[in-house]
Design a protein. Structure first.
Length: 315
């Protein structure tokens, strides 16, 4: 008996397979949900630490906050997030993760209303009717609360966040988020916040690409990663570096004078400077390129003429 299928047997097996059948799913051993399952213990520790710190921080604003606990950790697409967090909610876009990724800290609308009402001395009245925007007072309070939680975000994610977290944007409608693609996978953690007899949802949402890039640090923060970098990781690293903002400064003119003359300068004095036609472009106080000063389409511009000697030697 042969272990190799003949052509007729192969055709019979393939006859029932329709490549265009939308119900046909491909099984991917490297699928994200499997990888995330392996990271659940590490993510649970991070989020449990954040929950404890968040409870204490929120009590500084509303003393009746009784507890914050991790409810669930799930994977969702952007359209699922839109259904999970209908407007008006409070979403803070927090910068600080590697690969130019952001953490979304999102408060469900009912929790926003409860926190704001109690902060201003109320008993936590519920909001009736449909609303699409938060009030000015609600928006301002959530900005203040989210800013106070930044240090707790940094402490919880300290194994991967190397810079101080900052709030890049504050929105009340997830449809206004432009930092997330519709096809991006998101790792979302829901916390249950108990305020008196009320319970509401707080979400911490992170792009899977950001977690995937630092999964070794998450799995064992005390142990340095020894796994060889993959081509996919290098591509994402290069993409992240290319998107990093830098400051480009054009030096139009420079001159030197004695300290004595500088100390005697007064309003109306004239300082002689060389021609401003030749321009030096600087990055982080390092000469990068040379150019000539001029205009383009009624705007001031610099036409590049060549690399600086320092930049040429480095490359």
């Amino acid at each position: 008996m042969s272990d190799i299928l003949d052509p007729e047997e192969l055709e019979a097996l393939m006859a029932g397979e329709d490549e265009n059948d939308p119900s046909r799913a491909k099984y991917n051993l490297a699928r994200q949900d499997y990888a995330i399952q392996r990271l659940i213990p590490a993510l649970s520790l991070i989020q449990a630490q954040f929950a404890t710190a968040t409870r204490d921080r929120m009590r500084e604003f509303v003393s009746t906050v009784e507890g914050v606990r991790v409810d669930k950790i799930t994977v969702m697409k952007f359209d699922e997030m839109l259904n999970t967090l209908p407007a008006p909610c409070s979403i803070s876009v927090i910068r600080g993760l590697p690969m130019n990724a952001n953490i979304l800290l999102a408060f469900e609308s009912d929790l926003v209303f409860q926190m704001v009402d109690r902060y201003f001395g109320g008993s936590g009245s519920s909001q009736k009717g449909q609303r699409e925007q938060l009030s000015v007072s609600e928006f301002s309070f959530m900005e203040m609360l989210s800013s106070a939680l930044l240090s707790d975000v940094g402490s919880a994610w300290k194994s991967v966040i190397k810079t101080e977290p900052t709030i890049a944007a504050q929105v009340s409608d997830p449809r206004m988020l432009d930092s997330i693609g519709e096809a991006d996978s998101l790792v979302a953690t829901r916390f249950v916040v108990s305020v008196g007899e009320f319970s509401g949802g707080l979400w911490s949402i992170v792009p899977w690409s950001a977690i995937d890039a630092v999964r070794d640090s998450l799995s064992d923060p005390a142990k340095p990663a020894t796994k060889a970098s993959s081509a996919d990781w290098r591509d994402r690293l290069c993409e992240g570096l290319e998107m990093a903002p830098i400051e480009l400064v054009a030096i139009l003119a420079q001159t030197r004078m004695s300290l004595k003359r500088v100390s005697l300068l007064k309003v109306g004095d004239v300082i002689d400077i060389p021609s401003a036609e030749d321009v030096v472009l600087m990055i982080d106080d390092t000469p990068f390129m040379h150019g000539r000063f001029g205009s383009n389409e009624d705007k001031l511009a610099v036409r590049l003429t060549g690399r600086s000697e320092t930049n040429r030697h480095q490359h």
